[in-house]
Design a protein around this ligand. Structure first.
Ligand SMILES: Nc1ncnc2c1ncn2[C@@H]1O[C@H](COP(=O)(O)OP(=O)(O)OP(=O)(O)O)[C@@H](O)[C@H]1O
Ligand SMILES: [Mg+2]
Length: 451
């Protein structure tokens, strides 16, 4: 279904406001109206809108004042100013103050609708870029890639060499080794760091939608394409596009991707003219792409095009020197997140961790430590907190009761987190889902330091 955009019309002339509202509704928008600037702002703050169309001349606050307030509250929401013929200076002033554009009355309906559509697209784009940047800034607020083993530092050295170039980097490694983390670091260390970092998981998107996800589509290009959509290539312009799980891409799309990479031109689905974008591509796969090439499920030419700069991240079991430093790092991270005090980890616990196989690599270790931080009572994490196979525990701490109570706590934690996620953080709803009283839930949340 197409998204329904909400448009707020601030206009004191009732007949005009109603006419505009009808026009928008006929186009599938939701229209809200308001007769004064003051009321418009409070409606906007209470009910939200994707775009505001405001008259300049209003009884109380004028359009310019309304614009200033809106821009301060929601800088990304596009505002279009309607002005009377002859007030062109004010219109220019409005644009300077952040209005998306202005319309001089009387205006042509189709011109107005085109302008609104364009403004909505720009608002969405700006929002998307901001989200990406914020996401990235969070990742960067703490040291990113932890590890001191030779295998990891060698990989980091290669990453630093690749970063300043535009070469396509192919990151391989088992699940949870840090491929996405490396891709983000690559972007951050590159001259494109102020541009967007856009990730696409090729395995998570249904096959027949991936093409339009990557390249975008024109309105009406296929059933369900009710509006034009920008592809990730376009969104990543001047930045880095991370194609995750590239080994899962269908052969036909691989051909189109190769053409895009070679010509640096992309074509929206149903679009007439290809256009150029400036994108640096990093790709990742936990599948053996060489084998896929031999088996015929991955194009050889695309493989070579991607593999300009291969970067292999070794599995954790091949760099056990990293286990302690990673464990300590994750303890600090989760203790802070869960607002628990300082923790240390005992040598026995490190020894137990070092003996594990870590099929899920760093992600598995991170999860293991998170659980330990949740259930540990005191300042030191011992092997009994790790939820590892009992053979790793010493006799005093590995009693059955203790093991059972740890497992129960961990399971409760997971259930509570799941219910909170499902209820969007609404605790009363979460308690219903869990079949416990609100009070019990609050006690558990506090006990486990969730949220
Ligand atoms: N060296 C590291 N230092 C700090 N954190 C790491 C390191 N390696 C991995 N991580 C963390 O482990 C988790 C898994 O990493 P990431 O998602 O990058 O792995 P991946 O290789 O992309 O996994 P998958 O193949 O399953 O997609 C992330 O939370 C990441 O931040
Ligand atoms: Mg990944």
């Amino acid at each position: 279904m197409a998204e329904k955009f909400r448009i707020l019309i601030i206009e004191d002339k009732k007949s005009m406001a109603e006419m505009l509202a009808r026009t928008f509704e006929a186009e599938g928008y939701i229209a809200l109206t308001s007769g004064t600037g003051e009321d418009g702002i409070s409606k906007f703050l209470r009910d939200g809108a994707d775009l505001v169309l405001t008259d300049l001349k209003l009884p109380g606050m004028n359009g310019l004042q309304v614009l200033r307030v809106l821009k301060e509250k929601r800088p990304l929401t596009p505002v279009i100013m309607m002005t009377a013929f002859g007030s062109i200076e004010t219109a220019v002033e409005a644009v300077k103050a952040g209005a998306y554009d202005f319309l001089t009355k009387p205006f042509d309906t189709s011109h107005m609708l085109a302008l609104v559509e364009k403004a909505l697209e720009s608002g969405k784009l700006a929002a998307e870029n901001l989200v990406l940047k914020e996401e990235f800034a969070r990742e960067l607020s703490f040291p990113m890639i932890i590890g001191k083993s030779k295998a990891l530092t060698d990989a980091l050295e290669l990453l630093k060499k690749a970063a300043p170039t535009r070469a396509t980097v192919l990151i391989t490694g088992e699940s949870g080794t840090g491929k996405e983390l490396f891709a983000k670091a690559l972007h951050h260390l590159s001259p494109r760091k102020d541009g967007p970092f856009v990730a696409v998981n090729c395995a998570a998107i249904p096959k027949d939608l991936l093409e339009s996800e990557l390249f975008g589509h024109e309105k009406g290009s296929f059933t369900g394409a009710e509006a034009r959509r920008l592809g990730k290539f376009e969104l990543a312009d001047k930045g880095t596009l991370f194609l995750d799980e590239i080994g899962d891409m269908a052969l036909a799309l691989q051909a189109k991707l190769l053409r895009a990479l070679q010509g640096e031109m992309i074509e929206r689905v149903g679009g007439a003219e290809p256009f150029s974008v400036d994108v640096r591509v990093a790709a990742a796969s936990n599948r053996d792409l060489e084998k896929a090439v031999r088996e015929g499920s991955f194009r050889e030419d695309l493989y070579y095009r991607l593999n300009v700069f291969p970067l292999r991240i070794p599995p954790l079991r091949d760099r056990r020197d990293d286990i302690r430093i990673l464990a300590e790092y994750f303890i600090g991270k989760y203790a802070a997140e869960l607002k628990k005090g300082l923790f240390t980890i005992s040598d026995e616990a490190i020894e137990a961790l070092s003996g594990m196989e870590w099929k899920g690599n760093v992600r598995e270790l991170a999860n293991c430590i998170e659980r330990a931080v949740i259930i540990a009572d005191g300042g030191e994490i011992g092997p009994e907190c790790l939820g590892l196979a009992p053979k790793f525990m010493d006799e005093s701490s590995g009693s059955l009761q203790r093991t059972a109570s740890i497992a129960a706590k961990a399971a409760e934690m997971e259930a509570i987190k799941g219910a909170l996620a499902a209820s969007g953080g609404n605790k009363s709803r979460a308690s219903e889902l869990l079949g416990v009283s609100y009070k019990t839930l609050l006690t558990k949340i506090k006990e486990y330091g969730i949220g």
